[in-house]
Design a protein around this ligand. Sequence first.
Ligand code: SAM
Length: 313
Amino acid sequence: MRRYLAVAVGLKAFSSCGPMRRAYRALGNQRGGRERACGRMPDYYLERVKEMLQLARTYGMAKDGGRVLELGTGWLHWEAVTMRLFFDVEAVLFDVWDNRQLLGMKNYLQQLRARLPEVKDVVSPSQLARAYDQIDVALGVAGFEELYRRFGFQYVIDGSGSLDQFPAESFDLVVSRGVLEHVGRDIASSLVENSVRILRPGGWALHSINIEDHLANYDSTVHRKFYLEFPEWLWKIIGQNEVQYINRLQRAEWVNIFLLSGLELADERGAKVDLNGLKLAARYRQMDREDLQHTFVRLLLKKQEAKALAKPQ
Ligand SMILES: C[S@@+](CC[C@H](N)C(=O)[O-])C[C@H]1O[C@@H](n2cnc3c(N)ncnc32)[C@H](O)[C@@H]1O
């Protein structure tokens, strides 16, 4: 708990001043960059690829000729790049700031190459052969611009986070991982509505949302849903900060936002923890306890097909 509070206060101090915030981000990015460039690829990077391939096989949400928007593409463009290994998709890689790491991406792709036999049950032999070829293309590029040219990708940074620049019904899939928990709670609904606007009828949304208390990652003595104890005013003072903002939206709230935006839930996976011992703040006492147990949720949602035009009488 002491560590949790120390980190919370430290992040608050960094986030309160622009130059310190930028310095913190630059340092964090540098350190993470070194780890990704030289370290072992965490197993969940392979799991993400396997899950995408399984969902593609079951639902067809990733397919040749598809156009994909990766929201909050981050350091490695992992969702779009790994999809492009197996499917001939075009992608727009969208973020609010540039935190790309070419060496990290290459290091993880190199390790993914060695583990490709682990996905052979969910892809065809020709897709597997294509993945080896495409990884070799990615490993050989001199920079991100060459990668985008070879893969048919476009990298877009817009600090406002607005998707207004993209035409309606211009994508087949919007995908994000570890992003939606970081968008402002007040803009979550409008961001989702805008992401649905740019989807073609029958298009898909695939979002993985990490809804655990991110500060608990720094202190193993603290419950992974500890933030549920904080009323909003206290969270604003202690937990909320600009450098690692999380919106504390819960699974049911996300599902509600997606359904109200016109999507239908097709597939879901989650992880939960027991809430025993937590004293929930009033906002969370009103919510379904089982739903609050979620630390992670992955949702696959579908935009309705265009309704057939009614025949004139
Ligand atoms: C935890 S990182 C995850 C990066 C990447 N998706 C991954 O899994 O490696 C969160 C990312 O979301 C981006 N982000 C935060 N708010 C955003 C917004 N409103 N729109 C798009 N991206 C956003 C951040 O800049 C950051 O790159």
